[in-house]
Design a protein around this ligand. Structure first.
Ligand code: SF4
Length: 245
């Protein structure tokens, strides 16, 4: 309701079946349907009808498509902007298996924020994420987006057994590529099929991580157990624009 009341909503495109199997995620895994060519404009008209002014577009991973779904994501960004001039569009993208040509297809649609989630620290990446994901592959996607002049954003889920030093190292790796917006949130096990929670962080620990990330150079930090990538997305974006922490 908090996001909704501020004119923000998130749309997941390219279906609800993912080609990957991250061990913390509740999204269905399997072979997805082909992309729906009408979806970009249906999202755009929904944005208009709902009166939104900040939209996050996310998707499942589509390793079954030659471009990983980049063209469909780009078409959705363009449709939303075409039907809703002045609306800000944040896009939360897959890693496209490190394919920079696919990333460029998305960047050419000119999203206002390019988000991609690192999810966890380097040591735990092979345990937490799908084997096709990679810590440095994700860093590369964010680095290239920044090199092309985009506002970049990522998210770290806490509670998989990472140490404080490992989290700090991850923040430093993201600072090195000039990441703008970082979200910290608590991992909550969606069912017994996913990884167990190793640790629940206190509000004070979230506060300390926010302080640390800001001190190290991240321009806008959202840190709360129930925060997710799109939580307070508009506010985090405005903070970057206005130069606020
Ligand atoms: S790629 Fe994303 S949607 Fe797919 S399993 Fe991993 S976290 Fe879930």
């Amino acid at each position: 309701m908090e996001c909704w009341n501020s004119g923000t909503a998130t749309f997941m495109v390219l279906g609800d079946v993912c080609t990957r199997g991250c061990r913390f995620c509740y999204v269905l895994k399997g072979i997805p349907e082909p992309p729906d060519p009408d979806e970009p404009y249906r999202v755009a008209y929904a944005v208009r009808d709902l009166g939104l002014d900040y939209v996050t577009i996310t998707s499942v991973d589509r390793d079954d498509l030659p471009d990983g779904g980049a063209t469909h994501i780009a078409e959705t960004i363009k449709a939303v902007k075409n039907v809703n001039p002045g609306v800000f569009v944040e896009v939360l993208i897959p890693d496209f298996q490190g394919d920079i040509d696919a990333l460029k297809i998305v960047l050419n649609a000119k999203p206002d924020v390019l988000a991609h989630n690192i999810e966890t620290v380097e040591r735990l990446t092979p345990i937490v994420r799908d084997r096709r994901a990679g810590y440095w592959q994700s860093i590369k996607i964010l680095r290239v987006a920044k090199e092309y002049g985009f506002i970049t954003k990522s998210s770290i889920l806490l509670g998989f057994g990472e140490t404080f030093e490992e989290v700090e190292k991850t923040i430093r790796d993201l600072v090195d590529i000039e990441l703008d917006i970082l979200v910290f949130s608590q991992y909550l096990r969606p069912s017994r099929k996913q990884l167990p929670v190793k640790k629940y962080y206190t509000l004070e620990e979230f506060r300390r991580l926010k302080e640390l990330a800001s001190k190290l150079g991240i321009k806008s930090v959202v840190a709360h157990p129930l925060a997710r990538t799109s939580y307070k997305a508009k506010q985090a974006f405005e903070n970057v624009i206005k130069g606020r922490p």
